[in-house]
Design a protein around this ligand. Structure first.
Ligand code: ADP
Ligand code: ZN
Length: 234
């Protein structure tokens, strides 16, 4: 059993592209009252708005390369200071390098917090490619779908908010393969880093979404809140 973690603690969801981090994080946010903060979603929002940050990030994101550490670190640590993050954060897609991991832990410590757990979603490569190629995302609320596994009720329309679904430009087979290689090279070593710190909890994420969610919630060891209640239960 994982040890209990304090009520306002943040966690990291780790795993390769296509592992289902966004899907799991959205449910975990509702269950635990922690704020879901996804670096990829933030970049895409900046790219759509055409901000300077979005322009800086675009070429990296579209090629499936990592955005430079300083850019990501600043963006995420600032986001994590906002009021809706005060009950803790579910970090998704961050950290992806050792430098980012160290910056995150220092940033949290500076606010008097510690990282509670790092939940690793484990999925083999062949499954990942199919998941990525079938992926569609709501342009309004970012809810992820998969045309093979979890299709929307109406084609290309979000079940939750009615927004249009789009396919990410970096979800082509070729770019997806490259993102998996980048993950293996730059992010995979973080598994060892977090394991050495005693923070790593590995979850088999191949099963259906509901089964995986239960495993992830248990691994995250965060107290759940009833719907509507977002505060901590201290
Ligand atoms: P996925 O995990 O499915 O590859 P994300 O939405 O998390 O997708 O990220 C999309 C892209 O955004 C990445 O391929 C990368 O270019 C950029 N990105 C996201 N998070 C980071 C990060 N922590 N460091 C560097 N680049 C990042
Ligand atoms: Zn939506």
């Amino acid at each position: 059993m994982p040890e209990e973690v304090a009520v306002d603690m943040s966690i990291v969801l780790m795993g390769p592209p296509g592992a289902g981090k966004g899907t799991q994080a959205a449910v975990l946010e509702r269950r635990t009252g922690r704020k879901h903060v996804a670096s990829g979603d933030l970049f895409r929002a900046h790219m759509i708005k055409g901000t300077e940050l979005g322009q800086q990030a675009r070429s990296f994101v579209d090629r499936g390369e990592l955005v430079p550490d300083e850019v990501v670190i600043n963006m995420i640590l600032q986001r994590a200071k906002e009021p809706d993050c005060q009950n803790g954060v579910i970090f998704d897609g961050f950290p992806r390098t050792r430098k980012q991991a160290k910056a995150l832990m220092e940033g949290l410590r500076a606010q008097g917090e510690e990282l509670g757990a790092v939940v690793l979603l484990a999925v083999p490569r062949d499954v990942l490619l199919k998941r990525i190629a079938g992926r569609q995302t709501c342009e309004l609320c970012q809810t992820p779908y998969n045309i093979f596994y979890t299709p929307p009720r109406l084609e290309a329309i979000c079940d939750l908010c009615g927004g249009n679904l789009y396919t990410r430009t970096d979800d082509s087979m070729q770019t997806a393969r490259h993102r998996l290689d980048v993950y293996a090279r730059d992010t995979f070593p973080l598994i060892e880093f977090f394991r050495d710190l005693g923070l790593l909890r590995e979850v088999d994420a191949v099963g259906d979404v509901d089964a995986v969610i239960d495993l992830v919630t248990e691994a995250a060891a965060l107290p759940t809140v009833s719907s509507g209640q977002t505060g901590s239960v201290a």
